[in-house]
Ligand binder design. Structure first.
Ligand SMILES: [Zn+2]
Length: 95
């Protein structure tokens, strides 16, 4: 189990499992919200989970908690380390 360190900006953060709640402006009135994170396995890879309903394609449900986030469904890196697990109450747990 890995505690998700919540950071304002994931750049230069190497902590496995670190999470940034990332809001990206996609137009003057719309922004996309998602969770950027460093793979909990320690491989250093960064992932991104879109969570807003306007996103096309895969999307995760986020409970809106910015300190101890929960997202569903599970998270899996399809390439590289192939880590697979869940983020629940701010903790990463491998399947
Ligand atoms: Zn990994």
């Amino acid at each position: 189990m890995t505690r998700a360190l919540i950071v304002d900006d994931l750049d230069h953060v190497l902590e496995p499992g670190a999470v940034e709640i990332r809001e990206v402006l996609i137009s003057d009135s719309e922004k996309s919200v998602g969770l950027a994170f460093i793979c909990p396995c320690g491989c250093g890879r960064e992932g991104y989970l879109p969570t807003d309903v306007t996103t096309q394609g895969p999307r995760w449900d986020w409970n809106g908690d910015r300190e101890r986030p929960t997202v569903r469904p599970s998270v899996q890196f399809v390439g590289g380390c192939k880590w697979h697990g869940f983020l629940t109450n701010g903790e990463w747990r491998a399947c």
